[in-house]
Design a protein around this ligand. Structure first.
Ligand code: ASP
Length: 312
């Protein structure tokens, strides 16, 4: 179990970018220790009893939202789930007004997903509660990167020196930015691959090798992270057709022969079967996609706990 003194010495978790390697390790170690709670018949610890957590989602979510909710409940916090589409946001209330009103209900932590990049950062400056970024526009999705790192760590034993390849829509994916940051910071060799129209220039600055040929990108890969085509964030056509996309960048069983022995396949969900990944791979022996989901709860428990512990 996590020791009482472990804590993050920061008020908010806004991204992977501001985290030190030590902070990342602390979160991953704490998450591993929380995994034991999921194996118990009574999946609850009293750690956050009496604290209130608000989950504020301005965009659809299945995995992130439900695992933040379960994480808070397994820590015994009181949880308020706020869905923007069922609130006064539809009457024109601003983000800041909405959050300041919710803050007067004295939450310790506000978890927010918002379509605007930087929305959690704006709130962090205005709120006393800790802000946790659960995905902001095309910017970052730090808890997804943390659960991805935990999954690789558990499946491969360590991250340093591994070949990690991300394939797909890197331009619109917040998961991609956070993943490139975490895996390069933890010492992996990161390769990104996709159509040139979907690879932003900053990928090299973030520490990734850019490759446009899928087979070359997969050669020797220990871990392959497939990204969803972000239909909701595309305003123009970035590739000729879905069929073409799958032909050039879809992950098939046949393409897996390029990867290193024992390679694992990950995907943050939701899957577009037959677009970026074939069902035989998503459901096949290399896939650790459902392990990622299970690890999401432990990582979010760790983040909620470590932020609260840091604030007494
Ligand atoms: N669920 C993840 C996100 O919200 C990944 C995705 O939607 O592609 O960013």
């Amino acid at each position: 179990m996590a020791t009482k003194r472990a804590a993050l010495k920061r008020k908010d978790l806004l991204g992977i970018e501001p985290l030190s390697v030590e902070e990342i390790h602390l979160i991953l170690e704490t998450a591993s220790s929380f995994q034991e709670v999921a194996a118990r018949p009574v999946k609850k610890v009293p750690t956050l009893r009496g604290r209130t957590i608000i989950n504020l989602f301005f965009e659809p979510s299945t995995r992130t939202r439900s695992s933040f909710e379960l994480a808070g409940k397994r820590l015994s916090a009181d949880i308020l789930n706020f869905t923007a589409s069922a609130s006064s946001v539809v009457k024109g209330e601003t983000l800041l007004d909405t959050v300041l009103n919710l803050e007067s209900m004295a939450p310790s932590i506000i978890v927010i997903r918002h379509p605007a990049s930087g929305a959690p950062h704006q709130l962090a400056g205005a709120c006393k509660a800790s802000i946790v970024n659960a995905g902001d526009g095309m910017h970052e999705h730090p808890t997804q990167a943390l659960l991805d790192a935990l999954t690789v760590l558990q499946k491969k034993g360590s991250i340093r020196g591994l070949n990690v390849t991300l394939v797909g829509d890197l331009a619109h994916s917040r998961v991609a930015r956070s993943d490139v940051l975490i895996f390069s910071r933890l010492g992996a060799r990161v390769t990104v691959c996709g159509p040139p129209t979907l690879i932003p220039l900053e990928m090299e600055r973030l520490g990734a090798r850019v490759v446009f040929d899928m087979d070359e990108a997969l050669r020797g890969a220990d871990c392959i992270i497939m990204l969803r085509i972000q239909v909701e964030r595309q305003t123009q056509a970035f590739f000729p057709s879905i069929r073409e996309y799958f032909r050039w960048y879809g992950l098939t069983e046949e393409r897996m022969h390029q990867a290193a022995q024992g390679a694992i396949v990950m995907h943050p969900g939701p899957l577009n079967r037959g677009v970026e990944i074939a069902s035989e791979v998503a459901d096949g022996p290399y896939s650790v996609i459902l392990d990622q989901v299970a690890n999401g709860i432990a990582v979010r428990m760790a983040v909620l706990y470590l932020l609260s512990a840091g604030r007494g």
